[in-house]
Design a protein around this ligand. Sequence first.
Ligand code: SF4
Ligand code: SF4
Length: 369
Amino acid sequence: MADAFTMLKDIKAAGKKVVGFYCVYAPQELVLAAGALGFSLCATKEEGIPDGEKSLPRNFCPLIKSSYGLAVTDKCPYFLYADLIIGETTCDGKKKMFELMKGFKAVHVMKMPQSYLADSDKAYWLHEVQVLKELLEAELDTQITDEKLQAAIQVLNEERRLMQQLAGYLKNDPVPMTGQDFLKLLWGRNFVTDRAAFAEQIKAVISDIEESVANGEAARPQGAKRILVTGVPTGVGADKVIKIIEDCGAAVVYIENCSGMKQYVTLVDETKPPLTAIAEKYLAIPCSCMSPNPTRMEQLDQLVGEYRVDGVVDITWQGCHTYNVESRVVKEFLKQNGNTPFLQIETDYSQGDVEQITTRVQAFLEMMG
Ligand code: SF4
Ligand code: SF4
């Protein structure tokens, strides 16, 4: 982490503003249009949990405890150097965590509607996006014009198109890249300082993958069971289930959650007024905090077909009520729509249950034949 601390110190010394966020509902176009650097904040390290538990209940989800522990101890460089944190009222745990964070950091909390379906939800969220725009302008001493927003939309839409293209290679059998490598590429986007250079890096990866496919090289044997991973965010450091699935011989062909493709599947409409289009894109994210959440089921249905998925693994962090309850909804949905095999893994950041999860995943793969 020493490198990230130094990099951020230099960024701040050069007079650049930094904005941090934990959730993919934070509209990143606004941060870019404000001329600031936006970073995803640390939330996937087990080492933050004991410090998180000093202020938060032990039965909270590990993601929240890790986030808070790393923030309050200055172990997250992105949090430490951020001029502003964008929070959001997704789940109750995070909502209350942001209240505590306000005691030692500038935190703006976006108030989420409970659903993305009604016009009133959309109008409410557009207002929240407008409030954030005005706050960023005031806090970062800048003007966010429509022209700047349009330019930011184009940059981030291009990244989304590249990620969609990258994901598309996992439709192949055999797959040219592992799910673990795919996650690392997606993860890298959380810490980008030069967006044009990042887009070039992804294009180079795409060209390497095309070459591998042309040469018949594969990351997993042909015919390996094809698994779609869904559920809670599982970033690098908290990706043990993805590793276990691949260690058991299967191919993770799609990572549907927020640390995976969830944030990339929908573009911002470049033909609409920019703020409205940004609000629409972000509100459409099918997080389990939304009630009801039909878009997640529709997307899963489509993905199971497109990626010829043999089984779905739904990861739930202990203490995450919304994903835990929605797991039953996903299971029932898959049963009634093609009877796709389904496995829920409820776990935390520790390594203590690796053996037990491995046994369950092995049995799941064997059951598929
Ligand atoms: S799962 Fe929900 S709360 Fe978590 S990052 Fe995704 S949208 Fe945000
Ligand atoms: S995993 Fe669940 S409980 Fe944890 S922060 Fe996300 S929505 Fe909240």
